[in-house]
Design a protein around this ligand. Structure first.
Ligand code: PLP
Length: 719
């Protein structure tokens, strides 16, 4: 592949000396480098805001005169050159962690397959936590110098935009994305032709084009079926993330798994490790067996080679979260395929059989578990639950020997940290703190930050959040999108002095967004307290087909408009990475109330803690291992998890009690300087204990040490 040919030339009017702005705009590295973000903002602060921080669009919309003037401005040129220097050094660095730790395997590519990647808002190819995790994984791999390539989808219809009717019903609106405004380029082969692959789908063949995105040193390839050769339904195949029925979904997974392998081959890549992020990509294992069988291996040998080089991460303890396809669909799409693997129909179907539910259909997680030698769940507790859930795949093995380990999720610190906190940490943790974010000794120095300084930054961040919320509400009103009662619900009356609790996540019912409303009188006492008021900010989308979740939004929204509660509760629409940053950085407490043990890990509370907002959560997911008694608050697990009503009542009672007796008094207990010393103590404990353990640096290093390195350390194959 020749990259240079795929970089669109700058418009005629682009000043020659600024041409590398295009290159910076097309590498998401800028999104986690404060100085690069500032550079784009300097170009035109208004257009920067109007483009929703999309530098590709910003550069398209800029007036040539403005660019010409900047090209002559010595201060700007200094700023631009300094950013380019940092960028070039980053891209060329030979002394990365990976290069130092793994000098002997340095050219072994790791292919990371995921149905979604949450990199930045300007590239709409994620829906929630799974995608954000994949995005953070790629960014951290880049920072560590790990030779990773990503494989995912281009979704031409992007995200759904969440509208809320005045009655509080979520409506999903899809807007086609303009590929020219995204930081992507079509992949062009040395011949000058676009890179295109063919994938058989039952009786038809689907063509796919490939785009690439640069994420620092990592390249991500996106499969796009919106190609003129394809039938209209096939052009729509990759249009939406998780949009279609079961058959569309099966076709998407064939595209990702089988198509993804073909894309890598078309690009001339021979990864040594293959990582399937969730079961969606599990067909990649079959395609690799097919290649090996075609090259003369027996099925058994091929399957062993594939197993040893495949890593699989499972992400949910919820049974419905695992894809299971009915046998007739599998037959329709694979009847010409199993022969090529050296398998009979029965043997093929057995690869996807759940031993406890043999009649249920073809289970993608079962396939991935059978075909990968390196398996993990995403928190310690989730690892344990996964060993129980899948133990029948290893009959005869005691449960604790089931080979599913855990690698707890973590967050990419440079992506999620507020610039103001970054500044504070640079001042007190030492200049190299960001490169050592997984070192507990670095975070120990948090105790040295003066309370008053930390408190002042926390207050600033909350004021920023609240002005952002008010500005959005104001704009919604001015543009006629909101009715008067909705302006209230959108948060215009929030008080920057009040204790602010944040709750933002997908509105799946198991996340129990309405738990806090189970005793309205008790809630009103908290919100309407004149001296020690509490306010709550909600955000989140429901899957458009999830009626109970839409109903949850309806309920929460109507509380926001209610006279007794309105003004103290806000619902912010369109929860995405942009809004998430303001929330995790600006609220005082991050609330998390999943029904245990449904939360595999969760990461939003980690983002909040990094920024000094302690976690108040059910002991589930990452909090199970993160809570130490002093770094936040935990709703204890009841002895009986089986009766959902009793569980909800138990958890609600504890939740109210913690807010009333611990959180509120501590927050409002100020000394003579107006500083809540006890509160700041918890904030510091949260930062100190959460940041080093739940950062992506620790996570990706563990993937490297526990999975990628062993998967690479195999006798070299022809692949
Ligand atoms: C971090 C994040 C998530 C995942 O958070 P959870 O704790 O798993 O709910 C989802 N969506 C967005 C936009 C995020 O930033």
């Amino acid at each position: 592949m020749n990259d240079d040919q795929s970089v669109a030339g700058p418009p005629e009017t682009f000043p020659g000396s600024l041409v590398r702005l295009q290159e910076l705009a097309h590498n998401l590295w800028w999104s986690w480098k404060p100085e690069a973000r500032r550079l784009f903002e300097t170009l035109d602060p208004t257009l920067w805001r109007l483009s929703h921080h999309n530098p590709v669009k910003l550069l398209q919309d800029m007036k040539p005169e403005r660019l010409a003037a900047l090209a002559e401005d010595p201060a700007f040129i200094r700023q631009y050159s300094a950013v380019l220097k940092t960028y070039d050094e980053y891209m060329a660095s030979k002394g990365t962690w990976y290069a130092t730790q793994y000098p002997t395997i340095s050219n072994g590519t790791i292919a990371y397959f995921s149905a979604e990647f949450g990199l930045h808002n300007s590239i709409p190819i994620y829906s929630g936590g799974l995608g954000i995790l994949a995005g953070d994984h790629c960014k951290e791999a880049s920072d560590l110098g790990i030779p990773l390539v990503g494989i995912g989808f281009m979704y031409p219809q992007g995200y759904f935009h969440q509208r809320i009717t005045p009655e509080g019903w979520q409506e999903a609106v899809y807007e086609p994305v303009n590929r020219l405004e995204l930081p992507i380029h079509q992949v062009i082969m040395p011949s000058g032709a676009p890179c295109q692959v063919q994938i058989e789908m039952g009786n038809r063949t689907v063509s796919a084009l490939v785009w690439h995105v640069r994420v620092g040193r990592v390249v991500l390839y996106l499969i796009d079926t919106d190609v003129p050769d394809n039938a209209p339904t096939d052009r729509e195949l990759s249009a939406r993330l998780y949009g279609g029925d079961q058959e569309v979904r099966l076709c998407q997974e064939i595209l990702l798994g089988i198509g993804g392998v073909r894309v890598l081959r078309a690009l001339g890549l021979s990864p040594t490790v293959w990582h399937a992020n969730e079961g969606h990509a599990a067909f990649l294992t079959l395609e690799r067996i097919r290649e090996l069988v075609l090259a003369g291996h027996t099925h058994a040998d091929a399957s062993e080679l594939v197993r040893h080089s495949t890593v699989f991460t499972t992400h949910t303890p919820v049974p419905a979260g695992h894809d299971v396809f009915p046998t007739h669909l599998i037959e329709r799409y694979f009847h010409g395929y199993w022969d090529q693997l050296g398998l009979t129909r029965e043997a093929f179907l057995r690869l996807g059989e759940h031993p406890d539910l043999p009649e249920a259909g073809f289970n993608m997680t079962a396939l991935a578990m059978r075909m990968s030698a390196h398996l993990n769940g995403v928190s310690r507790e989730h690892g344990r639950i996964s060993r129980t859930m899948w133990r029948s795949l290893w009959p005869g093995l005691p449960q604790d020997l089931v080979p599913i380990r855990s690698i707890t999720n973590g967050i990419h610190v440079p992506t999620w940290i507020a610039p103001e906190m970054h500044h504070l940490y640079s001042k007190y943790l030492g200049p190299d703190w960001a490169d050592r974010s997984d070192d507990p000794a670095v975070w120990h120095r948090v105790t040295e930050i003066p309370d008053g300084e930390l408190w002042a930054v926390r207050q600033t961040l909350k004021r920023k959040l609240i002005s952002f919320i008010r500005e959005r509400a104001r704009a919604g009103w001015v543009q006629g999108h909101l009715e008067a009662s909705q302006v209230l619900a959108a948060g215009t009356l929030l008080d920057p002095e009040a204790l602010t609790i944040g709750f933002a996540r997908r509105f799946a019912t198991y996340k129990r967004a309405t738990l806090l409303f189970s005793d309205l009188e008790r809630l009103k006492d908290l919100l309407q307290n004149r001296w020690r008021p509490v306010q709550i900010v909600f955000a989140g989308k429901a899957h458009p087909a999830d009626e109970p979740a839409r109903y949850f939004i309806h309920q929460v929204y109507n509380f926001c408009k209610d006279h007794g509660l309105g003004g103290h509760i806000a619902f912010l629409k369109n929860y995405d990475m942009h809004l998430a940053k303001f929330l995790v950085q600006g609220v005082d407490v991050w609330l998390n109330t999943p029904r245990p043990p449904m939360e595999a890990s969760g990461t939003s509370g980690q983002k909040a803690a990094l920024n000094g907002a302690p976690h108040l959560s059910v002991l589930d997911g990452w909090w199970h291992e993160g809570y130490d008694g002093a770094n936040g608050w935990a709703i204890p697990l009841p002895t009986d998890l089986h009766d959902p009503h009793a569980l909800d009542a138990h958890d609600a009672e504890h939740l109210y009690r913690i807010i009333e007796q611990d959180v509120v008094p501590l927050y409002y207990d100020r000394d003579r300087d107006g500083i809540p010393r006890g509160w700041i103590q918890i904030v510091k404990d949260a930062i100190r204990t959460v940041a080093p353990r739940f950062c992506a640096r620790r996570m990706v290093k563990e993937y490297m040490q526990l999975s990628y390195a062993p998967a690479t350390a195999r006798p070299p194959t022809a692949w």
